[in-house]
Design a protein around this ligand. Structure first.
Ligand code: ATP
Ligand code: MG
Length: 352
């Protein structure tokens, strides 16, 4: 329960193809609204920035209204606004940022520009409560794959133990889905196709897993190429492409690497918590394999429910709520979009 004087934070998300508004107070998600333009991008095989931006404009007000109704609050009850100011598609981020500024200005309340990936991590706190003093966070999303050492999410600098050299895990799902003719977004499509498939039917490469390779760095472009070569070879030979087996084997290859590297980070750092977040964390095989492995290693595994893994406004409100409660300075109305912001901290600085 919240008290009448408790801060009520509105979070605004528009960095890709989801328009999200979420309302959080003192660590509790009060309600949210979410719209997606994914179906409008399907025929192009990936997100078209101009289409995403227009869809955000169309969806913004109705989605905000849904969030307010879901939370049972009035617009005037909002005490702070938090918004994704980067990273993301510039045209898309601008729409949410302009909406958030309009709301903050008209209500005369503080505005915080937050890092989208910190939002993915904060999403977990809405389900499982505050993060422990230190944890390893694996971010696996459409544009990023990183292993992070995290302390207090909004006060401490975020340490990158490793990132991907090329494709993000979600990007690999999207590209492989396209080449198997399964459509966009690729993650859920591959997952569906993989049901009943044999994950050992094809032994696709697990990159950066040899002794001497950086233990926390990822690479997924070779895996995607290997799937493409396999499909080409089958087609050249006039054989039927076993989509289900390929999808399951591809999924298994990604999951094996993600789980092995992130569990290693937890044990090498002497920690006991692994948090897996971002759109790919919705993947059932990843959730199951990580659960099994962490149980065996005595690691506390935290993964948000699937609806909080993919982009949403609640996760941005969650960062705003943490910032407000930690006494952080608001960003103010001058905050600009930073489409390629690197994750060093939860709040994005003014660019100059
Ligand atoms: N069930 C699933 N299995 C695997 N991948 C999934 C699943 N659901 C979604 N994804 C993938 O997650 C990605 C979308 O996640 P998210 O919304 O976090 O990414 P993004 O916001 O586009 O990128 P970023 O957060 O890096 O800016 C897509 O690549 C999608 O294919
Ligand atoms: Mg995202």
């Amino acid at each position: 329960m919240t008290t009448s004087s408790a801060p009520v934070i509105l979070g605004v998300e528009s960095s890709c193809d989801e328009t999200g508004f979420g309302i959080v107070s003192e660590g509790t998600l009060l309600g949210q609204g979410l719209a997606s333009s994914a179906s409008q991008h399907a025929e192009f095989g990936g997100v078209v920035p101009e289409i995403a931006a227009r869809a955000h404009l169309e969806a913004a007000v109705p989605t905000l209204q849904i969030a307010l109704a879901d939370a049972g609050v009035e617009l005037g009850d909002i005490s702070h606004v938090a918004v994704t100011s980067g990273p993301g598609l510039a045209t898309a981020v601008h729409v949410g940022l302009a909406a958030a500024k309009s709301i903050a200005w008209s209500l005369d309340v503080p505005l915080y520009g937050v890092h989208h990936l910190a939002g993915h991590a904060a999403a977990d706190t809405l389900e499982h409560g505050p993060l422990p003093e230190r944890s390893i966070v694996l971010i696996v999303s459409g544009g990023h794959t990183s292993i992070l050492a995290v302390g207090d999410l909004v006060r401490d600098p975020i340490e990158h133990l490793g990132d991907t050299l090329d494709d993000a895990a979600g990007e690999a799902f999207d590209k492989v889905s396209r080449l198997l003719g399964l459509g966009y977004p690729g993650g859920p499509a591959i997952s569906r196709a993989a049901v009943g498939g044999d994950p050992a039917a094809f032994s696709f490469p697990r990159a950066m897993m040899r002794p001497g390779d950086d233990p926390f760095t990822f690479s997924f472009s070779g895996l995607k190429t290997s799937v493409a070569r396999t499909v080409e070879a089958l087609e050249r030979a006039g054989e039927e492409v076993p989509v289900s087996d390929i999808a399951a084997s591809f999924e298994q290859a990604v999951v094996d690497v993600l789980v092995a590297k992130s569990v290693r980070a937890v044990t090498e750092r002497g920690l006991d918590t692994l948090v897996i977040v971002g759109g790919v964390a919705a993947n059932a095989r990843l959730r199951e394999v990580a659960r099994r492995r962490c149980d065996a290693e005595g690691i506390d595994l935290r993964i948000p429910p699937p609806r909080l893994c993919t982009d949403n406004g609640a996760m941005i409100a969650a960062v705003g709520d943490l910032l407000v409660r930690s006494g952080a300075e608001p960003s103010g109305l001058r905050i600009a979009a930073d489409p390629s912001a690197v994750l060093h901290g939860a709040q994005l600085p003014l660019l100059r």
